[in-house]
Design a protein around this ligand. Structure first.
Ligand code: ADP
Ligand code: MG
Length: 707
């Protein structure tokens, strides 16, 4: 039978608890430093140790129990302290009280619960009136009205009992005396389920909570927290009251989770298995074989994705500069080349992975936003977007090219510095977004055109694109040999899927299920997902250092390619950004082996990946040209642009300009094709350098520009 208490009993027990040896120190601190210090933090286990019945009662009746504890605090601290602003904050609730947001039910109402998640929104901190003092406009009598909830309450009458004139609210008016009323800081927050609990692409559920007094203004969106408090219900509907209620949490205490990989528990036995696996001969191959095994081909891409899971080393230099270790990968390709499929797979596989689309409809989009909407009830709300929510994890962003303008301008900071700054209205904040990004995008015109360079078909600003450590293009061209093996692969994946649904596969007529399942074993991820995640989490403890010969390998490769660009006529083949990408990939490769040293083999693996993608995206006519991704314009294109611009200037008639036909004709001696003229002239006009005085004619926007 659970014990029952009268309020007086409770206060007395709490007073006794607070007087104990354990609490004495903290209580004294409050007595000395009030009001700067006005919260007492108590671990639940201490209450349990002191009195298990009281502890249980507190879980089921938190409101009255905590109120009594606060009353007891006032008595213990000093009898003169009448202020309501003293808090008894219980934390580290027992595991049984830890409830997932989606599992909160009516039975949890008014009980103490503990909810884990990501802070998604937080409003500005604003005062709320708790005790309002009024003056009767007729007789000048003063009275208090305690305020609860959101509805502001005025006196119903000027009470005679309190020396007033007795007039009702119909025949007098009451003036609010703000300087004599009491206020408390408040903040409204929204917490969202952590991504790891959401296998299988479920949408995260959310819970609104209220924070008061000294703990308000401490959380930022994106923080991983455990919030402890009392579950309350709020009636829906402002005008017409509904019988349906919404859930909110009155937050008593907030605990922060600091370490990204602590949610993955690694036992000593796991550690033995992990070290054993790392020693094996095919460690890396098996890791790669665990990445989307049902997707055919893409070996290089999968190797890069595997390295992305491990990541390079994030460093802070002696002068305080932050160098990112996260590896960013972009996949740009024709429709139906399994990009989305791979993104979903990786978001499930990676610890703290999330999947989102650039088109996301939320105000915060990919980055973050300050918004003034219903949620804030008049206050500004800071809302975290996908990259903030993926802090210390992997953000898989599909349709990256469809992101909104605000994201376009703030995503750079996230990719490079791992932060997102918001400065709008009353809110200035810097949120953490230290995540690796795996982005997917479609070519600008739907499908890659073989006659154009790949770079001009990607609708992402070059400045953004060049921040990716690897950019893969996935083209879908009919090729009978390749098509046959891919079709056969996909068909087998489906047939295996059909058979897997049968309880008695051996009974399926005309089908030799056993041999089919045997043949297609390679579709089973080589490593169990849980084990791979533990392996990845464990690898982050290792900070590999480059060996001398690994450094030389990278240096030789880099310098070798740069040399190709030394001639006067040449392009810039590669920049320091690729060198940093090489370093990160090599570090990740060492981590994947749990090796404390980055060796030549790691450097070579990194080089292979960079070579592979540079060949596809940054070469034109066999010549390596990094400007195709770094600036979006290759050297040969740049030259052609100069030629074309001077043609427009020379040939242009004062009034009409020059016709497209004439340009095409005059450009052909310079080996610029008609197709090229059309696309370059479009670029010039997009950039505002030429304009059309009439359709089909072009004129230089500003003659001085040419000088
Ligand atoms: P995208 O996002 O690139 O447009 P999707 O991920 O939607 O493409 O892929 C379309 C479908 O085609 C998916 O069901 C995917 O499994 C299949 N598919 C495409 N390429 C492959 C491949 N190489 N191997 C196996 N399945 C593939
Ligand atoms: Mg897609």
């Amino acid at each position: 039978m659970p014990k029952e208490y009268t309020p007086e009993d409770l206060v007395a027990i709490w007073e006794d608890f607070l007087g104990g040896q354990e609490m004495r120190h903290q209580v004294n601190e409050i007595a000395d430093f009030y009001p700067e210090v006005r919260s007492l933090y108590v671990d639940f286990s201490e209450i349990e140790k002191y009195d298990p019945d009281l502890a249980n009662y507190t879980l089921t009746h938190p409101g009255i129990s905590v109120q009594s504890a606060e009353e007891a605090m006032r008595r213990v601290v000093s009898h003169s302290l009448t202020s309501p602003y003293i808090h008894f904050r219980i934390r580290s609730l027992p595991r049984d009280s830890r409830i997932e947001i989606r599992k909160l039910r009516a039975k949890h109402l008014e009980t103490f619960v503990s909810v884990e998640g990501l802070m998604r929104k937080a409003t500005e901190v604003r005062p709320r009136v708790t005790v309002a003092e009024f003056e009767c406009m007729r007789c000048g009598a003063r009275m208090y009205v305690e305020q609860e909830g959101m509805q502001f309450r005025e006196p119903l009458e000027c009470s005679k009992d309190e020396g007033g004139c007795g007039r009702g609210s119909g025949s007098t008016r009451f003036k609010l005396l703000t300087d004599r009323s009491q206020f408390v800081d408040t903040q409204k927050v929204e917490i969202q389920e952590p991504p790891e609990g959401l296998r299988g692409g479920a949408q995260p559920e959310r819970l609104v909570g209220f924070v008061e007094d000294d703990i308000s203004g401490r959380v930022s969106p994106g923080d991983r927290v455990i919030i402890n408090g009392v579950l309350k219900s709020h009636q829906k509907g402002a005008q017409t009251k509904s019988t349906l209620f919404d859930l909110t949490l009155d937050i008593y205490s907030i605990e922060y989770e600091e370490h990204e990989y602590e949610e993955i528990a690694i036992t000593p036995e796991d550690e033995v298995a992990i070290r054993e696996f790392a020693k094996g001969p095919n460690t890396f191959d098996e890791i790669v074989a665990s990445i989307s095994p049902t997707i055919y081909g893409y070996t290089q891409e999968k190797e890069a994705l595997a390295l992305q899971l491990f990541g390079g080393v994030t460093k802070v230099t002696d002068d305080g500069t932050h160098i990112r270790g996260d590896i960013h990968i972009a996949m740009i390709g024709d429709p139906g080349t399994a990009k989305s499929q791979i993104l979903r797979y990786m978001s499930n596989l990676a610890p703290r992975g999330i999947y989102t689309s650039g088109k996301s409809s939320s105000a915060a989009g990919l980055t973050a936003a300050a918004v003034k909407d219903e949620f804030g009830e008049g206050r500004w709300t800071l809302e975290a977007g996908a990259l903030v929510l993926a802090d210390k994890g992997l953000a898989c962003i599909d349709e990256l090219d469809k992101m909104n303008d605000q994201d376009r301008s703030s995503i750079h900071e996230s990719l490079e510095q791992g932060t997102i700054s918001v400065a709008k209205a009353g809110i200035t904040a810097t949120l953490q977004s230290r995540c690796a990004v795996l982005g997917a995008a479609n070519p600008k015109y739907g499908r890659f055109d073989e006659n154009r360079s790949i770079a001009e078909q990607i609708d992402l600003p070059p400045a953004l694109l060049s921040r990716f450590d690897a950019i893969f293009t996935m083209t879908d061209r009919p090729d009978s040999e390749y098509d046959r093996s891919m079709a056969s692969h996909i068909l087998k994946v489906h047939r295996r899927g059909e058979i897997r649904l049968h309880e008695l596969p051996e009974d399926i007529p005309e089908v030799d299920a056993q041999s089919i399942m045997g043949e297609t074993e390679s579709f089973i991820p080589a490593m169990e997902v849980e084990f791979l995640r533990k392996y990845v989490a464990f690898s982050k403890r290792i900070i590999p250092v480059m060996a001398e010969d690994a450094m030389r390998t990278l240096e030789t490769y880099y310098v070798g390619i740069r040399k190709l660009g030394e001639g006067e006529e040449s392009s810039v083949p590669i920049t320091a950004r690729q060198l940093e990408a090489l370093i990160r990939l090599a570090e990740a490769s060492a981590r994947a082996r749990l090796s404390p040293i980055v060796r030549t083999e790691d450097a070579e693996k990194a080089i292979k990946i960079v070579e592979y993608y540079l060949n596809k995206v940054a070469s034109e006519g066999g010549r390596r040209d990094i400007d195709l991704i770094a600036t979006g314009t290759s050297r040969s294109q740049r030259e052609q642009i100069y030629v074309l611009r001077s043609l427009v200037q020379q040939l242009g008639d004062e009034r009409r300009g020059v016709s497209l036909e004439e340009l095409i004709q005059k450009a052909s001696p310079d080996n610029i094709s008609e197709e090229r003229v059309r696309s370059l002239i479009k670029r010039l006009s997009d950039a505002g350098e030429v304009y059309s005085p009439q359709p089909g004619y072009f004129k230089l926007a500003s003659e001085e520009r040419m000088a």
